[in-house]
Design a protein around this ligand. Structure first.
Ligand SMILES: Cc1cc2nc3c(=O)[nH]c(=O)nc-3n(C[C@H](O)[C@H](O)[C@H](O)COP(=O)(O)O)c2cc1C
Length: 185
């Protein structure tokens, strides 16, 4: 069966929560699925015009929190309401503090957060690239000093059914399992 190309399901889509301040220091958060690592220490996000993009144009900074199984409801809310209409941080009751590195808020309910400077905001292409200045990880999601996705329980956006899924089990070893074929006769 052939699908409408505009409905192509490209997996996995992330659930990135972008934190920004406005010109008065009021924090905001939005949900974005279209994001990717674009270089070492760099993230790219594809954003239409939102309160968030207006904010980061002014401050030159943003944070990216990774939505998790425990933060599904607030994460979805951040994607269905605009900071132009309501203070989403107050409405959800989440706790924020300013990043020590960039002019953007860290939402404390998320255990893993990137602190980014705007590298480029291309309004025409609706593409944001951010230089990752620092990353904050809660001790509770670390194993041997590494981010443990089994503990973090990050979620992905499933565009087929408009649901969120937990990113799951380990099924193989990267740069390794393929050796079984590479080294076979
Ligand atoms: C699951 C989900 C994924 C989304 N992904 C994106 C995205 O990748 N890019 C985008 O511009 N908007 C995306 N949105 C829409 C914004 O989050 C939404 O318009 C939000 O209200 C913007 O908030 P703001 O106006 O406070 O900045 C997504 C929403 C949801 C629920």
């Amino acid at each position: 069966m052939e699908f409408d190309s505009k409905k192509a399901v490209i997996v996995p889509e992330g659930v990135f929560i972008i934190g920004t301040y406005d010109e008065n220091g009021v924090p905001n958060a939005m949900n974005a699925a279209w994001g990717i690592q674009s270089d070492y220490g760099e993230i790219a996000l594809f954003l239409a015009k939102h309160k968030t993009t207006e904010n980061l144009k002014k401050t030159g900074a943003f944070t990216v929190a990774f939505a998790t199984k425990n933060t599904v409801t607030i994460s979805d809310y951040f994607g269905i309401e605009s900071g132009n209409n309501v203070n989403k941080i107050e409405k959800t009751g989440v706790h924020v503090h300013k990043s020590a590195h960039v002019n953007a808020p860290i939402i404390e309910e998320y255990p893993l957060v990137l602190e980014c400077e705007v590298k480029e905001w291309n309004e025409e292409k609706e593409m944001l690239t951010g230089k990752i200045i620092a990353q904050q990880a809660d001790e509770s999601i670390l194993t041997d000093g590494k981010v443990d996705l089994g503990k973090l329980q990050p979620i992905m956006y499933d565009a087929s059914f408009h649901v969120y899924r937990v990113i799951g089990e380990v099924v193989g070893k990267a740069f390794s399992d393929g050796n079984a074929i590479k080294n076979s006769l």
